[in-house]
Design a protein around this ligand. Sequence first.
Ligand code: COA
Length: 331
Amino acid sequence: MTGVICGTGACVPDRILDNNEIAQFVDTSDQWIQERTGVIRRRIAQTETTASMAAEAGRQALEEAGIRPEEIDMILAATATPDHIFPCAACEIQERLQAVNAVCFDLNAACSGFLFAYQTAQAYITSGMYRTILVVGSESLSRIVNWEDRGTCILFGDGSGAAVLRAKEGRNWIPAAHSDGKGGPALLCPGPNVSGNGGNLPGSDSAEDSGLERTGITMDGKAVFQFAVRKVPEVIREVLDANGLSADDIDWFILHQANRRIVESVAKRLKTDIERFPMNLQEYGNTSSASIPILLNEMNRKGLLKKGQKLVMAGFGAGLSWGAAVLEWGI
Ligand code: COA
């Protein structure tokens, strides 16, 4: 028994923010951003929320799969930007979809989030515990970006993507995934204040400056770049070897959409034609856990994915974390 994707969906905010508009509030240019990252524009959530976009992406995925909301056993939401600390985004998505029989929780592995949630869903399905799982990646990164930091604010965007997995007879592909907490400071966003010893109790030092710190995302761009171009080809080779495949057996490599230069470098290191590495980061920027399912949905809806084709999905990002999965397209 394996989990086969039988429907996809995506939802991005209406508001488009292009590089020229960013150049009006930080010292940068369209040319610099395009040359270094490949990004031209991104979407910014205004009325949309992490849960509202995810629910719309999920609705589309269920519609394509012909699955009623009450048939979903589990909703797994990969997000680093839930609308609330609790309840989790997955519960809000459940309510919006009326997926009343689903157990719901969130998973935060930053830009590896969708990949890790997909692997988690596979584990539940192959164990026989659940049959039908909605996996979403959804982010409102614009809310945690430091819009005064030109080194990071140019990179990110908001959006959501979803895939619904159903238990079917088929091969169980061996996954690959890794984490390295030592690399945490390279890409970081502070949460509620954890400094001081007082637990924010009234009268304690930490109570004086409690609340969310406002530094937003901080990043050592060069370190993250080097991590990605080294570890992503490595983990793709690992997952191919584990499953007795070579890069030539793979029709599409669906990589997390962080940066065009990273994708190009991975293709080169794998000695694989760049045409098999689709990209849409020029339109959306880095949407973290949403980037893989948004791209998957785009390719699916354009009819580029054919039943029986083999795909590799690879995610990487804060943690540090990285992983890859092989799948056979089933729609
Ligand atoms: N516009 C213009 N200049 C900028 C700029 C911007 N938006 N951001 C940085 N610069 C400047 C720097 O200040 C620096 O100037 P200096 O030489 O006078 O100090 C110069 O450009 C080079 O900066 P550097 O950080 O070395 O650039 P880079 O070539 O490493 O590119 C990134 C920066 C962020 C594009 C690149 O490091 C990168 O893509 N890293 C990976 C990020 C990523 O994908 N993160 C998410 C992973 S999930």
